[in-house]
Design a protein around this ligand. Structure first.
Ligand SMILES: [Zn+2]
Ligand SMILES: [Zn+2]
Length: 228
């Protein structure tokens, strides 16, 4: 019975396991492993979403895991090696990663320098949300004499400056953007009382975004008050 050689062809050490005719250390020495020198991550500073390739994803997992996956994908190894996992030891411009390989049954971990940068940005959904940050809108409208009505509106709203986010003027009235539905309802009541107007009131609700933390839709109320 011929004994299969257990000596590494390069270093000559006796090993239990050889890959081809090399021990695992020599296999790594002789085969090129490409580790990215720099990896940049885009992280949304508002919602914590991460850009993976070209998509922004809301991550349930720890950010670190998603970052590691990104580094893992960028590592190039010969066919004989499988990358099991990547640990980000230090997420810094002078960062450090640990890569664990499976070389045909032999598990080996190695550390490498890799500049890891986290770029804080604002993801597109958050940008849209920031633009439409009001939660309620009070629309004051009239059917006649808009000039007088607009003046009444501005006089009235000037007392609520702190609660108003924005006023938009239209031909037959104004839209007042407010932070909460409660504010909008209160203002609507005050407006009716102050001016003793006969008004018609209608409220509509619109889903405008998804609350990732509470896992439910976010609503925006529009209260339309039309002077009869
Ligand atoms: Zn060897
Ligand atoms: Zn975001």
């Amino acid at each position: 019975m011929a004994l299969k050689s257990k000596f590494c062809a390069k270093c000559g050490l006796e090993k239990d396991r050889l890959v081809g005719n090399l021990c695992s250390e020599c296999f790594f020495d002789l085969h090129e492993i490409k580790i990215p020198k720099t990896t940049e991550f885009a992280l949304c500073s508002k919602c914590g979403s991460i850009r993976v390739e070209h998509f922004w994803v809301a991550v349930e997992k720890q950010n670190r895991d998603v970052f590691s996956d990104q580094v893992k994908k960028a590592i190039k190894v010969p066919d004989e090696i499988k990358v099991i996992k990547v640990d980000l030891i230090k997420i810094k411009p002078d960062g450090l990663i640990e890569v664990t390989y499976d070389l045909q049954g032999t598990i080996i971990s190695k550390e490498y320098r890799c500049a890891l940068r986290v770029n804080k940005q604002v993801c597109p959904p958050c940008k849209i949300e920031a633009r439409t940050d009001y939660k309620a809108k009070l629309q004051l409208r009239t059917k006649e004499d808009p000039q007088k009505f607009l003046k009444d509106c501005y006089d009235f709203l000037s007392a609520y400056k702190k609660r108003l986010l924005k006023i938009e003027e239209f031909k037959m009235g104004v839209d007042a953007h407010l932070r909460s539905r409660k504010d909008a309802l209160e203002l609507a009541q005050d407006f009716k009382q102050k001016h003793k107007f006969e008004c018609h009131m209608r409220e509509t609700r619109e889903e405008y975004s998804w609350d990732r933390k509470k896992n439910k839709p976010k609503y925006k109320s529009t209260i339309l008050l039309t002077k009869k």
